[in-house]
Ligand binder design. Structure first.
Ligand code: SAM
Length: 416
């Protein structure tokens, strides 16, 4: 396909495939907006972290100075210990690929000009529609932890017409259902507005969520393996010393993730498992030696998520030890009861050198990867998809976690 074709595909889909490589640029805002008709995720909202930088007066120069300071400190520091050496080795394997992917981005002038206009759009709407929640705002996690949690209900505003109707009717009926430990479904072909206390949420078409603590995760296990999940995306709350993370969501020690019933959630024809992980060597070792074996998952490939700013520069120096501008997405297969042969063929088709490039959103928010991986999902089409530890909802997916409605709150959207 010609580069111009790629750009028009990108403008429609939010996904840009660089020619002759396994590098992909994703604009999460464009991808997400394909799930909504009456609402829009605004770039200014999604890429808010960039404004925070601007607002705090931390411009690029300051960031660069900080990065240089950190690098000097790291250079001065003692020799690397055994784990750090292993982490560095992992980094050296990834580095040439990441540099090549970044170079491809820098050469894609058509894409760069669209990113440039995004930059201007962000600048011009900075601070406009985005409303900060008041400090006394009680989070979904807090609501889920109190004794009243089983009594909390969410009200879905459903169209009066038949659920299969393409056009949203003008009259609505309310459906009131328990908010926690309950499968809440929007089976209609349009997004649905919902209310919990004085908060409004937007649920994408044909999506559902189950909001609970990890202790309840067994309730997601299907009655039969033939109705299990063929695509399982997991973004665990890995422990991390950063104060920023502590204020965003609770984390869990590694051993808790062993309790995730991946095998029981999987479809009888097997499942593609995509696991997000940071660059800490401790986590990579745990996954290789304990987590994947206990889940019955065979590691097939590692994809990289390379984080750039709207001006296409990396968000930090590639060699900065504790602040790498990339994260890993480990792909594996959980073998089902039959059709091992089919899985083997799929295994061979998964590329070993895929880099997904995007501008990061809110703290720890991952780019939407569902569509990029659909072709590697075994079993029935469309795949049966579940996201574990989700903070948002996707059409056709079940989102589970203690706050799957987090980014569905109306403050993250504007009305079209
Ligand atoms: N993938 C998400 C995104 O792109 O926004 C980020 C997920 S974040 C790394 C991990 C999530 O796990 C957080 O929403 C956190 O609140 C949730 N979590 C932490 N402890 C949990 C528990 N015990 N049960 C269920 N969810 C939990």
């Amino acid at each position: 396909r010609l580069a111009r074709d790629e750009l028009s595909v990108f403008l429609e889909s939010g996904i840009y495939r660089f020619q002759n490589s396994n590098f992909i640029f994703v604009d999460p805002v464009r991808v997400l907006n394909r799930s909504y008709s009456r609402f829009r995720v605004s770039p200014a909202g999604y890429y808010r972290r960039f404004f925070d930088h601007v607002k705090k007066g931390l411009d690029d120069k300051d960031c660069l100075l900080n990065a240089r300071k950190r690098k000097r400190k790291e250079k001065k520091s003692r020799c690397l210990n055994e784990k750090e050496l292993a982490a560095d080795q992992r980094h050296q394997v990834a580095k040439p690929l990441l540099l090549m992917a970044h170079e491809s981005l820098l050469q894609a002038t058509d894409l760069l000009s669209v990113m440039g206009s995004l930059n201007r759009e962000i600048d011009s709407s900075a601070g406009s529609r985005w409303v900060e929640l008041p400090n006394d705002h009680q989070s979904l996690i807090e609501h889920g932890g109190v004794w009243q949690a089983p009594l909390y209900e969410i009200t879905l505003k459903l169209p009066e017409s038949s659920p299969s109707s393409e056009v949203a009717g003008s009259s609505f009926k309310n459906r009131v259902v328990p908010l926690f430990n309950n499968l809440v479904v929007n089976e209609t072909l349009n997004e649905v507005e919902a209310q919990f206390l004085d908060h409004q949420y937007i649920l994408p078409r044909e999506s559902c969520f189950y909001m609970s603590d990890l202790r309840m995760v067994h309730n997601l296990i299907p009655a039969t393996a033939s109705s299990g999940f063929s695509f399982i995306v997991i973004d665990p709350p890995w422990e991390n010393g950063s104060a920023q993370q502590k204020s965003k969501y609770p984390t869990l020690p590694n051993r808790y993730f062993l309790a995730l019933p991946i095998k029981k959630l999987s479809h009888s024809k097997g499942a593609l498992v995509a696991l997000w992980v940071t660059n800490r060597e401790k986590f990579h070792r745990f996954i290789d030696l304990e987590l994947f074996p206990s889940w019955g998952v065979t590691h097939i490939s590692t994809f990289y998520w390379l984080k750039v700013k709207a001006d296409a520069s990396l968000i930090s120096d590639l060699d900065l030890f504790h602040h790498r501008p990339y994260e890993c997405l480990l792909l594996g297969y959980c073998h089902g009861e039959d059709d091992i042969e089919d899985l083997k063929i799929l295994e061979q088709t998964v590329p070993k050198d895929q880099v997904i490039i995007s501008i990061p959103g809110d703290y720890s928010r991952k780019p939407p990867i569902g569509e990029l991986l659909q072709e590697y999902v075994p079993g029935p089409t469309p795949g049966r998809c579940i996201e574990l530890f989700a903070r948002e909802m996707t059409p056709g997916w079940l989102s589970w976690g203690n706050e799957p409605l987090h980014f569905q709150e109306s403050q993250h959207f504007t009305r079209t």
